[in-house]
Design a protein around this ligand. Structure first.
Ligand code: TMP
Length: 210
């Protein structure tokens, strides 16, 4: 099973990675959590370039290809082998981030980006994706207050982040079988409880099918 977390910056999805991995382990699954961009030695080096605040001259196309390069490495080195072993891969961001940020955010040709993504991932699609939906203004304020990482992507204008959110909502609406929307403007405990309920529902539907 391949599960992904998606959402605007500051939506709190990363905070839910460990509790979700623990929850799934409690259900008897072997779980491998990872994050994008990065998750491999080469991917982590690419992440440095992407997030570096000095790289203000980076063009949207360069950005798109770098995210895809890190992802290609992660898919072949980590994700496919783990899935083949029957593990659950829980990934903090994946190809939908590129569609939301580089596609909708930068207003690039979505069909063209889908082709690049297909090349990078060999067509590997998540089984289930959780969208942590949040007003980007709240998300960015959370990021600034948290004294955590403030990167080159966060520094884009609010209008950009609004397009990212709308892009996500559009993708979720177009593929309701895969996407589940969670209200990320709740306390972390409430978010976790929604997440666990949805996962249980998904898992019980799976076992009814088999
Ligand atoms: P993070 O804050 O979830 O670690 O994500 C890092 C930033 O990179 C975040 O602003 C979203 C952005 N990003 C993209 O723009 N495109 C992508 O394909 C990925 C994976 C992340």
């Amino acid at each position: 099973m391949f599960i992904t977390f998606e959402g605007p910056d500051g939506s709190g999805k990363t905070l839910q990675m460990k509790p979700t991995a623990d929850f799934l382990r409690g259900q008897g699954y072997s779980v491998f959590p990872a994050r994008e961009p990065g998750g491999t030695s080469i991917g982590d080096q690419v992440r440095e370039i992407l997030m570096n605040m000095d790289n203000t001259s980076m063009l949207p196309r360069t950005e798109t290809l770098l995210f895809c390069a890190a992802r290609a490495q992660l898919v072949e080195e980590i994700i496919r082998p783990r899935l083949n072993k029957g593990e659950v891969v829980l990934l903090d961001r994946y190809a939908d981030s590129t569609l939301a940020y580089q596609g909708h955010g930068h207003e690039n040709d979505i069909a063209l980006i889908k082709k690049v993504l297909d090349f990078a991932t060999g067509g590997l699609t998540p089984d289930i994706t959780f969208l942590f939906d949040l007003d980007p203004q709240i998300g960015l304020q959370r990021r600034q207050k948290s004294n955590g990482e403030w990167n080159r992507m966060d520094a884009y204008q609010l209008e950009y982040h609004k397009r990212v959110r709308q892009g996500y909502l559009k993708m979720a609406k177009n593929d309701p079988e895969r996407w589940f929307i969670i209200d990320a403007n709740q306390s972390p405990d409430m978010v976790q409880s929604d997440l666990n309920s949805l996962l249980l529902l998904y898992l019980s539907n799976l076992s009814n099918l088999s």
